[in-house]
Ligand binder design. Sequence first.
Ligand code: AMP
Length: 604
Amino acid sequence: MSNVIVGIDLGTTNSEIAVVRNGRIEVIEIENGVPILPSVVGLGEDNTLLVGAAARNQYVLHPERTIRSVKRRMGEATRLTLGDKQYSPSEISAMILLRLKKIAEAHLGAPVHRAVITVPAYFSDAQRQATREAGEIAGLEVVRILNEPTAAALAYGAQRGASGQAKARKALVYDLGGGTFDVSIVNMEGDVVEVLASHGNNALGGDDFDRRIIDFALDHLRTVHGIDAETAAASPTAMARLQRAAEAAKIALSDRPYATLAEEFLFEKNGAPVHLSLEISRHEYEEMIEPYITETMDAVHVALTGAHLAVADIDEVLLVGGATRTPMVSRLLEALTGIQPHGEIDPDLCVAMGAAIQGETIAGGATPTVLIDVTPYTFGTSSLAILDGREYPYCFVPLIRKNTPIPASRSEVFYTVFDNQDVVEVMVYQGEAPDALDNIEIGRFKVEGLRKVPAGNPIVLDFSIDINGILQVRASEKKSGLEYAITIDNAISRFEEGKLDEARGRIRSMFGEDSVSDEAAGTAQAGSQAEVSPLGHRRTVVEALALIEKAERLLKTAGADDREDLIDSMEAVRDAMAPAATGDDTVLQQAMGTLADVLYYLDN
Ligand code: AMP
C-alpha cells in the first residue's frame, strides 16, 4: 500500500485528497464526514498551527494571523507573514499538503510518499514549479502536475467507462469555484486527454455571489433599520455572521425558489438589538449575479475561439467547482451549447478524483470505474407558458433532471393564473419533451382551498427522490402553508426495459408517425383520432384559453346578469379543461360552445 500515489486538488478555497484502493476511488474524509479541507492556514492563540476549518473560522477575528487563497500567490517571489514569521507561498501550500498527507496516512494506515497534484490549465511554469516545490517541502514526490480540466475529464472518462461509452470526444470543462473561474476545451481520445485552450478570470467565483447577497442585506438594514455601512463594518463578528448567512442562502437558492436570511441580535442601534429577517427569491438573486454569469459565458466563446472550434463541435459539458451547482449556470450553458451539462460527479471532488485516477495509472494499476447512482429520467410538472410561440397550458417544467445524483430534491415556484383561483392541479411527468403531454404522466393531485386572491398567488412545488427511486411531490401555498403531497413509488424503474419507448411509440402512433404496435393500435382505435390525440386536445385547450381571455375582457363592461352568465360559463370551461389532458374533449367542447354563445350575445 505504500506504493500508492494519492491525487490532490490543491484549490484556492478548498483542497481535497483522493486515492484508488481495490479499484475504487476514495475521496478521503477530512473531518466530521466532510472530504473538504479549507485551504486556509493560521496561527492559533497559543501559536499552534491551524490548517483548514479552524484557520478559516478564526480569519474574521485574526486576519493578521491567517492566510487564505495562497494559490493566487504561487510562483511569486514574495514572503507572507504569519504571526512573527515570514514564509514563501510554497511553504504555506506545503502546510496544507502536509495536513492532507497526514490525513491520508491515517486513513490508509500506511505512509504516503507520492502524489499527483493538480493546477489550473493557465498556470505558468513558475507557478507549476512552485506547486511541485510545495509538495517536496511536504515530503511528497510529485510524480505529475496535472491540469485541473484534464483531471475532471479523467474522472468523467472513468464514469463513462462504467457505462461503456468510451470514444473520442471534445469536452468543455466549466470550472467555477469560490474565488476562481476558468473554462477549458479538452480533447479526449482513448487514455489521452489534452487541453486545447483555456480562458478565465482568477478573481471571479462563488464568493462574489455571496457579496451581492451581503450588499442586498446591508441595503435592507440601512433602509429598514438605519444601520449604516460604517456601523456594519465596525462589527467584524456581525459581518462574519452575515457572510455565513449569505453563503447558506445562496446554497439554499440552488435547490429552492426562496431563502431567508435570519440572524437575531445582529447589530445594536441606540441600545436596542437589530434582528435581520429577510427573504430573497431566486429571481432576485439571479438578477444580482447575472453580470458574473454573463462574463463566464463570454469566456466560453473566447476559449472556443482559442481552440479553433465552434459550439457545435463540443460533445459534452463538464461542471467543476462548487459554484456550478447554481442552476443559472447549467441553464445558460445548456442554452449556449444545446447540451445538458454533466454535474453527476460531485463538482467539488471531481478534480481530486481525476488526480487519483492518474496516480493509479502511473502506479501501474487499472483505471478504476466511477459508479454513481443517478436518476435516469427527468421528472417535472406542467405549467402555462409559451410553446412554439403560443401560450400553452402543458409546457413541461423539469424539476429533477436526468443524471442528477440521488437522493435529490428541487423546488420551484409557480403562480395561479386566474383571480380567486382556489384550486390547482399538479401534474407529475417523467420525460424530456418540452410538451408535457408527450411525456409520461406518473401522477397528479389537486391542491384545494387556496386563498381567494388575485392571480399570481405563489405555489411552491417540491420534488424529492430518494435512493430507492421513491418520488415525493409536495405542493404548498406559500403565504398560508396549505400543503398537499403524493408519493410515487418506484418512479425510476417504472418505465424501464423498453416500456418508456413503448409508451412514446404509442403517443407517436396517434400522430400517424411510425409503425404501430398491436397495443398502440388498440389505443388509437378507442376513440376518433381527433378526440383522443394530444395534438387535437392541445388545439382545443388553446382555443379554450382564447375564449376565456376574451370573456375576461368583456367581464369588465358586462351588466350584472350577463356577468353571472359569463362567470358560470367560464368556470365550466376551466373545470372541463384540466382533467381532459389525454381523454375525451366532448365536455370541454360543450362548455366552450356555451361560453362562445354568451360571448356572441354580448359582443353584438
Ligand atoms: P470550490 O472552490 O470548488 O470548493 O467552490 C466553493 C464555492 O462553491 C463556494 O463559493 C461555495 O459557496 C459554492 N457552493 C458550494 N455549494 C454550492 C451550492 N449548492 N450552490 C451554489 N454554490 C455553492
